[in-house]
Write a protein of this length. Structure first.
Length: 318
């Protein structure tokens, strides 16, 4: 567990005591949908899936491209403003988006700049490959929890979030998504992941919050993996490492039921307008650093102080 004083946390994020009280300098006022909850009250759960997931299994319905192979039997499904990859083998995925799409955003085409697990993990969680910077959860004043698929892990998360024990926790299940052989495994992995996420959201909704009616009113889920996988299958029906991936955010303060960014016909990330969150040839690529800056802004901090040179995705913030 990593503990930081609230004063040190605010200093690192570039928020003064007066600014933390008001938060209006960021232009992010308390949300009427979550009465009494401000950006400074938000908590974060980072759900990290190690090994590199395949966005083409859930997040990127790129049917019809000659350079992209989609799994047989999969189809596109629109739920609210989100387009996902649907399969009868993944009912928990469909159920999660049906129940929570209004509070969920998908980021497609996030660049991680490498094919190495260690380098991509560092970039995904810190924005750099140096290994010297704090992970996003630590930067957001974290209490890091050990990864587990056991039912009590959910209770451990709730205990860590309640009562100021920690503002952020990280869950990293002890399974590998590194499917160089038999990429069909990704389907079962996503089914388990979204089943677990659904249970976690239910626990949050049924647990009284520190400020809001429930922890669900105060908690942002950040669901990620360190890299994506190739657009075509290899000779073992697997997919190899790919330097563009997807990421999912859910919770208060997010403009949900939207996909930000995207992939082109070769499965590379496309530039976006950061103010609108829409694809724009004159825009910039989504990066892990930009995701970190967005989380800092969502937490009530100043990205220019905490992460100089990393622009936030302002169109994603409610």
């Amino acid at each position: 567990m990593i503990a930081h004083s609230r004063r040190a946390f605010m200093h690192r994020l570039g928020v003064s005591a007066a600014g933390a009280a008001a938060l209006c300098g960021l232009g992010l006022s308390p949300r009427s949908a979550f009465a009494g909850v401000t950006n400074a009250d938000l908590k974060f759960v980072f759900y990290f899936n190690s090994g590199g997931w395949d966005p083409l299994t859930v997040f990127a319905p790129l049917f019809g491209s000659e350079d992209i192979e989609m799994a047989e039997g999969d189809s596109e499904l629109q739920i609210g403003g989100l387009r996902i990859v649907d399969s009868a083998e993944r009912p928990s995925v469909r159920r999660f988006f049906e129940e929570h799409h209004e509070r969920t955003a998908v980021l497609n085409g996030v660049s991680v700049r490498s094919l190495s697990h260690e380098v991509c993990r560092s970039i995904c969680l810190t924005g750099t490959s140096s290994g010297q910077e704090p992970e996003w959860a630590e930067l957001l004043n974290s209490a890091r929890g050990a990864g587990s698929n056991e039912p009590q892990q959910g209770e451990t998360v709730l205990e860590a979030l309640r009562g100021g024990v920690g503002r952020s926790v990280t869950i990293s299940p002890a399974v590998s998504w590194d499917t160089h052989r038999d990429n069909v495994q990704q389907s079962a992995l996503f089914e388990t992941l979204f089943s677990d996420l659904g249970q976690l959201v239910e626990r949050l909704a049924n647990t009284p919050g520190d400020v809001g009616a429930s922890l669900a009113d105060e908690t942002v889920l950040v669901v990620m993996s360190e890299m994506g996988r190739t657009p075509r299958f290899n000779g073992r029906q697997g997919r190899d490492h790919w330097p563009y991936t997807s990421l999912m955010l859910m919770g208060p303060g997010i403009n949900g039921s939207r996909t930000y960014g995207g992939f082109d016909d070769q499965f590379r990330g496309v530039p976006i307008d950061l103010e609108l969150g829409t694809p724009d040839r004159e825009g910039v690529l989504l990066t892990a650093g930009g995701v970190g800056a967005t989380l800092v802004a969502l937490a009530g901090g100043d990205p220019s102080t905490a992460l100089p040179g990393q622009p936030a995705i302002r169109g994603l913030l409610a």
